[in-house]
Each structure stands twice: as structure tokens, then as C-alpha cells.
Design a protein around this ligand. Structure first.
Ligand SMILES: [Zn+2]
Length: 413
């Protein structure tokens, strides 16, 4: 096709808003204009941040100015963030009697922060809540339960966590949980066991999202076969661009698309960029030895320990080839190519990662990504979907299925 014909053809497709067809790249000035418009109307949703650990262990307050954390209230405002899912994570292998106490402590400290900063923050329990809170110019706070071990093989405990406001369950963390396997552990369940399928059914019934980040490939496909609702990968990237078991292969991304689900791209440099990961691996041994020594030295002073660990991180980070934020956009582009623009979103993993790309050091930098995506030619509608619309759609579908399943059984809808 002649160049001018091709241009006419693409422009026509752009005008018709044909899905997954991108317009030609925009100039920086054009991109800036589109991004500003999109930031006005889109609800930016991040589905994974580990900030509650600092809230609980270091008495960190979100309103702190010049906070060393990737997420703070001023940074969320600067980044135009609309909703954040804080992770309720308990270390796998923790003594059973500590599991619930730790999870409840994290849930409590999130609620306490929201109450303390109620002018800016509000707890959200539904997709409608997110939209309403955003309309009131506040930031919606939600919670996700990270790791099936936290429910201790007890569906009643899962009910309780739901009532306390958690809205997704990541089936595993870094270790298998008996009924589901982790991508970073030896398989024991070989996918999902019968109880694992019961957990999925229970989540569907509750109207709570199933999160497949961290699970093994086999568990991923078993989960898609078991669920009646779309699922999310709350913080994973693409294996085709960075070969790591924590990322999803193209087959998995395609299957997730068919399921109607969404992959929320993780911002961790190691999950985004293979060159960074290889350089990181070379330094890992020395780095871990130093980390261990610092942990021992400051074990009794958690605040000081966090400071010293940050210094160490910065020291190593300076030696590594950190990718630019364009790499996040590459992963988004890849999902759009493989599964379509309806199946991708953002799951930063902020405050749980020791490296984020240049230009995306913390949540205040989100507009940089919006500008980069705008520059690549995405339409305004597609940007709204990627930044949070897709996640809202999945959340609504999950809620609707839960209501239907409960009312069919004569349970309280
Ligand atoms: Zn995680």
C-alpha cells in the first residue's frame, strides 16, 4: 500500500476507534495535550502496593512530606492516582498463630490511615465506590490479600477477610499453599486441588477477585478452568519481554484475554528488563550478604533498619542498568498486541520492590507514563481503559456474578 493510502487507512480506523489499532505516534506537544485531558477524566487505579508494611512496622504516616516511600499522600495527589489496592501480605511460613494477627494488624493500620486522612482518602468496597470517591476528588483505598496461606485452609476465615474489606485474593505468594502452586516453588498441588477449586468457587460467590500473580503456570490454567468470573494478575508483566516465572507467557496472556481478565503490569525493573535482571543476579550474592549483616545489626530498631536498607539499595542500584519508564509502556504494548487493549492495566508493586524504572521512581511519576502512552498513539478511550477502566470492568463483572450466585442459593445478595 502506498504511504499516503496507509496513512488514510490508519487514520480512518483511528476515527472509528477500532480496538487495538493505534494511531500514528504523536509529537511530544500533542502527547502532552492528550495526556492532560486523559488525566482529567481517567481514574488511575494501581492494584498492588506494599506500603502497609511500613505503616505497621515503622509507624509511617502517609501524609509525611518528603517521605522515602514510593507511596505517600502528596505523591498520590501529584500522580493523579484515583485508587490504590494496598497489599495485606504475610510472610509465607510464618507461625500459624501469627498469620491472622499480622494480617489483621495490616488491615487495621490501613483503616487507621484512611480515618486519619479522611479529607483525602476513603475506603472503597465496590467499583461504584471507586467512581463515587473519585468524583468527590478523594483517593479510593482498597485492599488485596496476598497469599492463600493467609486463609489457613479455612473458607470462614476468607469470609471474614472479605467482610473486613479485602477485595482480591492472590492465590499464592512465593511458596505453594498446599492447594495451589507458586511460580517460585516446587509444585505440590500440581495445579489446583479440589479444595483449591472450592476456594475459587467461594471467591466467585463472594464477589471477590481471583488474583493469579505469583501462581505457577499449571495453577494459572486450572484457575481459569475453575472460575466463572474474569480474573486479574494484580502485579505481573510479560515473559516474552523479561523471562521470569513471575511474568505471564503469551499463551497465558491470550487465555487471560479470553477469560475477560486483566494483567496489571508490574513496575519492578527485574520483571521488566532482562539486561537489568542479569546484572542484578551477578551482584545478588554480595548484596544479600550485606543485607543480612545490616538486618542483624539494626534488628532492634526498625526505622533505622529501613533507612540503612534504603542506603544499601541506592548503593547497588547505582551500579545497575536501570530501564527507563518506556519499558513499562513496552509491556503494555505487548499485552495489547497479544490480547487486546481491554486486558491490561497497572500493578506497580510500589514499596515492595527495590528498583523502579527511571522516570517512575514513585507514584507521583504516573503522568510520565500517561504521556509516553499518549506519544505512542493510543486513543483517549484506550488510555482510560488501560489506566483503570479495564480493572473497573472486571471488578463489576466479579461483583455481579457474586450477587447472582448468592441470590440463586437464597443467600443474602
Ligand atoms: Zn507480590
Amino acid at each position: 500500500m502506498r504511504a499516503w493510502l496507509r496513512l488514510l487507512f490508519t487514520s480512518l480506523l483511528c476515527l472509528l476507534a477500532v480496538p487495538a489499532v493505534r494511531c500514528a505516534q504523536r509529537t511530544r506537544a500533542e502527547a502532552e495535550k492528550i495526556a492532560a485531558k486523559v488525566l482529567e477524566q481517567a481514574i488511575l487505579i494501581d492494584t498492588h502496593a506494599d506500603t502497609p508494611l511500613a505503616l505497621l512496622d515503622e509507624e509511617y504516616d502517609l501524609a509525611e512530606l518528603n517521605s522515602p516511600y514510593m507511596i505517600s499522600l502528596p505523591k498520590m495527589r501529584e500522580g493523579h492516582l484515583g485508587a490504590e489496592f494496598f497489599s495485606i501480605w504475610v510472610r509465607p511460613g510464618s507461625p500459624r498463630q501469627d498469620m491472622a494477627r499480622r494480617a489483621l494488624g495490616l488491615i487495621d493500620v490501613v483503616n487507621e490511615q484512611v480515618a486519619r486522612h479522611s479529607e483525602d482518602l476513603e475506603m472503597a468496597h465496590t467499583a461504584d465506590d471507586i467512581v463515587r470517591i473519585h468524583g468527590e476528588k478523594k483517593i479510593a483505598i482498597l485492599m488485596g490479600l496476598e497469599g492463600g496461606h493467609i486463609i489457613q485452609d479455612d473458607l470462614r476465615l476468607l469470609d471474614i477477610y472479605y467482610r473486613l474489606g479485602t477485595r482480591y485474593l492472590t492465590l499464592t505468594h512465593s511458596a505453594d499453599v498446599g492447594w495451589a502452586d507458586s511460580s517460585t516453588d516446587k509444585p505440590r498441588a500440581n495445579g489446583l486441588t479440589a479444595f483449591g477449586r472450592q476456594v475459587i468457587d467461594h471467591l466467585n460467590r463472594l464477589g471477590m477477585m481471583v488474583d493469579v500473580s505469583h501462581v505457577s503456570d499449571r495453577t494459572f490454567f486450572d484457575t481459569l478452568a475453575a472460575t466463572q468470573a474474569p480474573v486479574i494478575a494484580s502485579h505481573s508483566s510479560c515473559r516474552a519481554l523479561a523471562d521470569n516465572p513471575r511474568n505471564l507467557s503469551d499463551d497465558m496472556i491470550r487465555a487471560l484475554g479470553k477469560n475477560g481478565g486483566v494483567i496489571q503490569i508490574n513496575f519492578y525493573s527485574q520483571y521488566l528488563d532482562s539486561a537489568y535482571a542479569a546484572a542484578y543476579a551477578k551482584l545478588a550474592k554480595a548484596r544479600h550478604a550485606e543485607y543480612r549483616a545490616v538486618r542483624r545489626k539494626y534488628a532492634s530498631d526498625r526505622k533505622r533498619l529501613a533507612e540503612e536498607l534504603r542506603k544499601l539499595e541506592a548503593h547497588y542500584e547505582a551500579q545497575l542498568p536501570r530501564p527507563g519508564l518506556e519499558r513499562i509502556a513496552d509491556h503494555i504494548d505487548h499485552v495489547v498486541q497479544v490480547a487486546g487493549v481491554d486486558h491490561v492495566g497497572l500493578g506497580s508493586d510500589f514499596d515492595g520492590i527495590d528498583s523502579a524504572p527511571r522516570g517512575m521512581e514513585d507514584v507521583s511519576k504516573l503522568p510520565n507514563l500517561v504521556r509516553e502512552l499518549a506519544r505512542r498513539g493510543y486513543s483517549e478511550d484506550d488510555l482510560v481503559k488501560i489506566l483503570g477502566g479495564n480493572l473497573l470492568r472486571v471488578m463489576r463483572q466479579v461483583e455481579a456474578l457474586g450477587r447472582r450466585m448468592r441470590s440463586e442459593k437464597g443467600e443474602q445478595p
